[in-house]
Design a protein around this ligand. Structure first.
Ligand code: PBG
Length: 324
């Protein structure tokens, strides 16, 4: 054959492939989610997330030091609230001495440069397991937003660098921004879970925090997986309201949305490779059905290629080890 174009020329050796690789995943791209529990010196493996742990504050601090030493620059905190502290108002969420607030302080004391993000949503604190205040089986928007503002301010007071509202109530980004301004937290950022879908892939996470909804589902606030334009609308509104970073969640089943958002807004875009995505790879690897290490790198590279600047992933540590 006489060919004008031989595309395989650029694939013939590792050196050439490295030269022309369009996407590079690096440790500072990662946001490492951490699950925190009461107690001392405890680490509990999450049944549906093999290899991932819920830790007491002291061991969380140790983990953060290790993450920092590996080049990971950001953690995203979630806490497991004791049952007796849960109620419909979620008021434990803004307790100055709550588990979240104590964790933020402990981490910032130990590793001040680590960027600490905190999940802002009522579900771990709600006796109904919903992200908002419930009345007559409905999730109230405006009352919930007031609670989220108090929660955000209390995280900022404890030292959080970014608050990350994951609840999908309307108007919460603007309200949180105003609340932070009024309290003079002019350096606290907002990473909005702006396009968050009502997804089955959150299942293992709800096991980790004991936060499954007690009735119904989250479809009146999280988005319908069928929708694309709605993701753009949600995200643009969050940017207008003052989001510093936006997010698409989950990642793998929504790569088209990540690209759409990347092309639509001028702020950094993050994507969340969620608990179910982690569990799928772990389960298939355990069965010997795919190579875990290759799957991790391929998925993270694909999420970045789709347009994510940052990736929240339970594989952050594994990925850094594999990259070295
Ligand atoms: C809480 C929240 C959830 C996740 C992040 N923040 C669960 C949910 O909305 O039900 C899911 C993360 C994951 O599955 O890894 N609002």
């Amino acid at each position: 054959m006489i060919l004008q174009r031989r595309n395989r020329i650029l694939r013939q050796s590792p050196a050439i492939r490295a030269m022309v690789a369009e996407t590079l995943v690096k440790p500072s791209d990662f946001i490492a989610p951490l699950f925190i529990d009461e107690g001392q010196n405890t680490a509990t493996e999450i049944a549906s997330m093999p290899g991932y742990y819920r830790r007491s504050v002291d061991l969380t601090v140790k983990e953060v030091k290790e993450l920092w030493s590996m080049g990971i620059r950001c953690v995203l905190l979630f806490i497991k609230c004791k049952d007796e502290l849960k109620d419909n108002t979620g008021k434990e969420a803004w307790n100055r001495n709550g588990l979240m607030q104590r964790s933020i302080r402990a981490i910032k004391d130990a590793v001040p440069e680590m960027v600490v993000m905190t999940d802002v949503a009522l579900d771990p604190y709600s006796s109904y397991g919903h992200d908002g205040i419930v009345k007559n089986n409905e999730i109230l928007n405006d009352e919930t937003v007031e609670a989220l503002v108090k929660m955000s301010i209390s995280h900022a007071q404890a030292g959080a660098d970014f608050v990350a509202p994951s609840d999908m109530m309307d108007g919460r980004i603007g309200a949180i921004r105003n609340g932070l301004e009024e309290e003079n937290f002019t350096k606290t950022g907002i990473m909005s879970y702006s396009a968050k879908y009502a997804s089955c892939f959150y299942g293992p996470f709800r096991d980790a925090l004991d936060s499954a909804p007690g009735f119904g589902d989250k479809k009146t606030y999280q988005m319908d997986p069928a929708n694309r334009l709605e993701a753009v609308k949600e995200t643009m509104i969050d940017v207008e309201e003052g989001a510093d970073i936006v997010m698409v969640k989950p990642a793998m089943a929504y790569l088209d949305i990540i690209r759409e958002i990347k092309n639509s807004v001028e702020v950094p875009v993050s994507a969340y490779q969620v608990s179910g995505e982690y569990a799928m790879i772990k389960a298939a690897a355990k069965m010997g059905w795919l190579n875990e290490e290759k799957a991790i790198i391929e998925c993270l590279t694909s999420i970045k290629r789709a347009g994510a600047d940052l990736v929240a992933t339970y594989f952050a540590k594994d990925a850094v080890k594999l990259m070295n």
